[in-house]
Structure formats: structure tokens, C-alpha cells
Design a binder for this molecule. Structure first.
Ligand code: ADP
Ligand code: ADP
Ligand code: ZN
Length: 235
């Protein structure tokens, strides 16, 4: 990646061991794709390599719903219906999140931006170096979404068939036995979410392509190959 410190080492800079650098990238990355494409799965895997924290608007909204905040109460009706939450709500969330200390070197957005107005707002908030699109055909999406479950304690993502825990009922990452499924991960809501993706989100592909920062990855393969391709794209 162009902005990696390690690739622009200059004599004036103090010698720092590569592995001790906390965050190497000064710009943000966007993981783009339909619901269930594997954005969250890949974000968790590449977080360590990029040094960028994952910022998932879906996770932030679910936390707001669980906490019963005004934002959560407003967002819930859209989420339950599989529709996008209004842009103003999302942009306010992101403006606050980007102020936090861990975001000072950029972040890895997962599920944001999802509309052109959100992307325009983002361009005034932080620089984006790569938009990585994980491409998965519609016919795969329903089976991915309907089999998804996550660890309630560490948020690791699993799938009943495609990515089960190694030991049944035990989280591979933290050993917990508490798992949860999302209320909106059902066959009915998936169709609305896919429609919202095609109508409101997919136009962003051309928008970012015209800026020369859009990279397509075939997401209809095993999880490891996709991770490898994303890391190569970001190099
Ligand atoms: P998103 O964040 O894009 O909505 P997730 O990362 O939550 O997607 O993945 C959706 C579901 O599909 C999860 O159950 C996950 O375990 C599974 N999954 C992710 N990547 C793949 C893949 N390459 N092949 C098969 N299943 C996958
Ligand atoms: P997915 O697995 O569909 O990618 P997310 O967790 O990203 O799911 O989003 C869940 C729901 O939260 C969406 O269906 C939508 O209602 C809302 N949401 C999340 N991110 C956004 C966003 N950037 N803009 C509008 N709505 C959003
Ligand atoms: Zn766990």
C-alpha cells in the first residue's frame, strides 16, 4: 500500500521495528459488497495486518438498538424491514466514531458507505485509499445469511455449513459457548436487503471506480483465498 511507512523509510526517521508499528496506514479502507458477502469475516482477518480498526455501521446500529438510544429506536424500524437507515443518522454516527483515538490513522469501514450521499460525506471526513468489493452472486446470499451466527462474547462470525466452529458449541476465537443470530437474518428480510443493495448501494461501484480506487475480489470462494487476495490488493 502506498502509504505504508515501512515502504518509505527515510534516514531521518528513527529506526522502528516493523512489527512494533501500531498502525501503518494513514488512509481508510472500505470493504464493499452485498449483505452476507463476507465483509465482517474478512475485516476480522485483515485487521491485524492493516493495523486499522473495523468500523461496522451495522454493529454500531445494533449496539444502539440494544442500548435503547434515540438513534437505536429510530434505526430499528428500518433494520427490521431490511431497509437502509437514513443517511443523516449514519453520517452522524461516523462523524462521532472517527473522532476516537484508535481512528487517527484511518479505519476499515465495513458496510459503510452504502449510498452516494454517504460516500460524499465520507470524502469530507477521511481519505479513502482502497474500496475493496467482495463480489458474491445473489443466489449465494440467502444461504450465507440464513446460516450466519456469531459469538456473543467476541463477535467472531460463523456459518452452520460453510464455516462452523471447529468444536461444536465452542467459539474458536475465545472459547465461549454463547452464540447469537441476528433478527434480520431471515429469508424475507434478505430479499429487501438485496434490493436495497442493488438500488441504492451498487451505484457506488461506478462512483469509486471513476476515482481509480475500486478493486473487485471474487467472493464466491473459500475464505482463505479471499483474505489472500485482499491483502495482495492492499499491498
Ligand atoms: P457481511 O459482513 O458481508 O454481511 P459475513 O462476514 O457476516 O458477511 O458473512 C456472512 C456469512 O457467510 C457468515 O455466516 C460467514 O461465516 C459466511 N461466509 C463468509 N465468507 C464466506 C465464504 N467465502 N464462503 C462461504 N461462507 C462465507
Ligand atoms: P449486512 O450483513 O446486511 O451487510 P449490516 O450489519 O451491515 O448487514 O447492516 C444491517 C442493517 O443496518 C442494514 O440492513 C441497514 O438497515 C442498517 N445499516 C447498516 N449500515 C448502514 C449504512 N451504511 N447505511 C444505511 N443503513 C445501514
Ligand atoms: Zn468468541
Amino acid at each position: 500500500m502506498a502509504a505504508l511507512w515501512s515502504s518509505v523509510a527515510s534516514p531521518a526517521r528513527p529506526t522502528v521495528k516493523k512489527e512494533s508499528l501500531p498502525a501503518l496506514i494513514m488512509e481508510s479502507i472500505v470493504l464493499f459488497g452485498p449483505p452476507g458477502a463476507g465483509k465482517g469475516t474478512q475485516a476480522q482477518r485483515i485487521m491485524e495486518s492493516t493495523g486499522l480498526p473495523q468500523v461496522s455501521t451495522g454493529d454500531m446500529l445494533r449496539a444502539a438498538v440494544a442500548a435503547g438510544t434515540p438513534t437505536g429506536i429510530e434505526a430499528k424500524k428500518y433494520m427490521d424491514a431490511g431497509q437502509l437507515v437514513p443517511d443523516e443518522v449514519i453520517i452522524d454516527l461516523i462523524k462521532d466514531r472517527i473522532q476516537e483515538d484508535d481512528a487517527s490513522n484511518g479505519v476499515m469501514f465495513d458496510g459503510f458507505p452504502r449510498t452516494i450521499p454517504q460516500a460524499e460525506a465520507l470524502s469530507t471526513i477521511t481519505a479513502v485509499s482502497h474500496v475493496v468489493a467482495i463480489e458474491v452472486p445473489d443466489e449465494r446470499i440467502v444461504e450465507r445469511i440464513c446460516g450466519r451466527y456469531t459469538c456473543a462474547d467476541c463477535s467472531a462470525v460463523f456459518h452452520d455449513t460453510f464455516n462452523p466452529t471447529t468444536k461444536e458449541g465452542v467459539c474458536d476465537s475465545c472459547g465461549s459457548s454463547n452464540f447469537k443470530r441476528r433478527a434480520d437474518d431471515n429469508a424475507d428480510t434478505v430479499m429487501s436487503r438485496l434490493n436495497a443493495y442493488h438500488e441504492q448501494t451498487s451505484p457506488l461501484a461506478a462512483w469509486y471506480d471513476s476515482k481509480g480506487i475500486f478493486f473487485r475480489i471474487d467472493g464466491d470462494r473459500d475464505i482463505d483465498s479471499i483474505t489472500q487476495d485482499i491483502l495482495t490488493t492492499l499491498e
